[in-house]
Design a protein around this ligand. Structure first.
Ligand code: ATP
Ligand code: MN
Length: 450
């Protein structure tokens, strides 16, 4: 029976079993050969010892190239080497040979190069580890919200409304409608969603606490290490909740994910700590023990102005915070995750609750080290008249969002929510610098191969 390599423990010494996986490396010592096999279940492979008295030793050895797939039967034995145990082979079967032109030979490759072979990069240690952490963070997300009584709602990928009003939408077009608008498939122009929030609100205003977890699309023309054209977002929405509740939820969700990774992805995090970001595990533990800083936007601006630091982008009330500003707040001033809230109205979309000062909205961004903004959220405007005013002020026709306004017309409630970029969470937890390397198939301007 086949066993996954990560399930083998030193208690199994003396046991006979079968592993299946891919050859990482072979060392031929004449009387025997050492083969490292990896099946992706863990960052560590298993060392297989193959004695030269095995039938067809030379023949098999000749085919044991890096990348070949194999099935190995043998006995777990105590290892004289650095590892606790190894597999003493009694039978080796080559399942799929791997010719010499295999692009992933043992030497290290740059992440840039690996992006050009995105179909093979999951076979590397780094991308295997990212895939496992990504899985764990998805599980943690569902566990966190489920335990808190949130319901998972599937919002549409194709939509007729522009949530962020940022003009970053991909349009959905079918050929006949290009020539004849009356043939528009949905009867009107539609787009790939930039956020499931508006639809999510309809369910929050019915079954109280919900979350979405799905792909979102933004025609971001910014080539940054933090933006993708297709990314996954988690968007909880809580009924009978205000901005404070929103911040509490955001902070505990991030901490839950970090704790989950430390518990379930120990070996992968050790790998990232060693090879990607020195001190990663310490940084993550620090997140768990910190109360996130909370600072109103106006105060954050004052902190930046008084910092005495020369910034490339001017710090002025009314301007958006740039990466350099976020870095200063998180890494130098507060030295822990920081929630900036109550932003100028003009910087934020129409749906955010207007504060009593008339100048700011009840928005919040969670900023973390390395990544910058990981969460953007707000209390929603629950007053119909102010909502419609804000729509008009931002050039939107309230008619187009009549159903959204209905939520305020019929039994309106204060409600709040946020969006967390799943890939930014993976960057945060792994220390990976480029967002293209934490999603299996990154979509960025000019890149949609695979
Ligand atoms: P940014 O200022 O970094 O572009 P945003 O203000 O556009 O972010 P929101 O509209 O608030 O972001 O979206 C919620 C979250 O989604 C962000 O906090 C971020 O984690 C993530 N996010 C936004 N745009 C992208 C993108 N293009 N690629 C990956 N994640 C993104
Ligand atoms: Mn953006």
């Amino acid at each position: 029976m086949r066993i996954k390599i990560n399930k083998i423990t030193k208690e199994m010494i003396g046991k006979e079993l079968t592993v299946k996986g891919w050859v990482r490396s072979v060392r031929d010592q004449k009387a025997f050969a050492f083969i490292i096999i990896n099946d992706g279940s863990s960052v560590e492979g298993i060392q297989v010892v193959m004695n030269s008295d095995l039938p067809s030793f030379q023949e098999i050895l000749a085919k044991l190239n890096t990348g070949a797939s194999v099935a190995i039967e043998g006995t777990i034995v105590a290892s004289p080497g650095t590892q606790e145990f190894e597999l003493k082979a009694s039978k080796i079967e080559i399942i799929g040979e791997c010719p010499e032109d295999y692009p992933l030979q043992k030497k290290r490759h740059t992440f840039e190069y690996l992006r050009t072979i995105a179909h093979l990069r999951p076979r590397t240690n780094t991308f295997g580890a990212v895939a496992r952490v990504r899985h764990a963070m998805a599980m943690a997300t569902h566990k966190f919200f489920d335990e808190k009584g949130f319901k998972y709602v599937h919002t549409p990928v194709i939509t007729a409304s522009d949530c962020e009003g940022a003009g970053e939408q991909f349009q959905v077009i079918i050929e006949p409608a290009k020539k004849d608008p009356s043939k528009e498939f949905f009867g009107k122009p539609t787009f790939l969603t930039v956020s499931g929030q508006l639809e999510g609100e309809t369910y929050a205003c019915a079954i109280s606490d919900i979350y979405t977890f799905g792909p979102t699309f933004r025609a971001e023309n910014s080539n940054t290490p933090r933006h993708l054209a297709e990314f996954w977002m988690i968007e909880p929405e809580m009924a009978f909740a205000d901005l404070k509740d929103d911040m509490v939820c955001a902070e505990s969700y991030i901490k839950f994910c970090v704790a989950y990774a430390l518990e379930h992805c120990k070996k992968d995090l050790e790998f990232f700590d060693q090879h990607i970001e020195k001190g990663l595990i310490e940084r993550l533990k620090h997140v768990l023990t910190s109360d996130f800083a909370r600072v109103p936007y106006t105060e954050a601006v004052e902190i930046l102005q008084k910092s005495g630091k020369k910034f490339d982008y001017p710090v002025e009330w009314g301007n958006d915070l740039q990466t350099e500003h976020e870095k200063y707040l998180v890494d130098i001033h507060f030295k822990k995750p920081t929630i900036v809230y109550n932003y100028p109205k003009s910087l934020k979309p129409f749906y955010m609750h207007v504060n009593d000062d008339g100048k700011t909205v009840a928005a919040m961004d969670v900023l973390v080290s390395g990544v910058g903004e990981i969460i953007g959220g707000s209390q929603r405007e629950s007053r119909l008249d102010i909502l419609e005013e804000r729509m008009k002020a931002q050039g939107l026709d309230p008619q187009d969002l009549w159903w959204y306004s209905d939520l305020r017309r019929y039994g309106t409630v204060p409600h709040a929510g946020f969006g967390l970029g799943f890939e930014r969470l993976i960057q945060f937890v792994t220390g990976m610098e480029n967002i293209r390397d934490v999603i299996p198939f990154p979509r960025t301007p000019g890149h949609a191969e695979f």
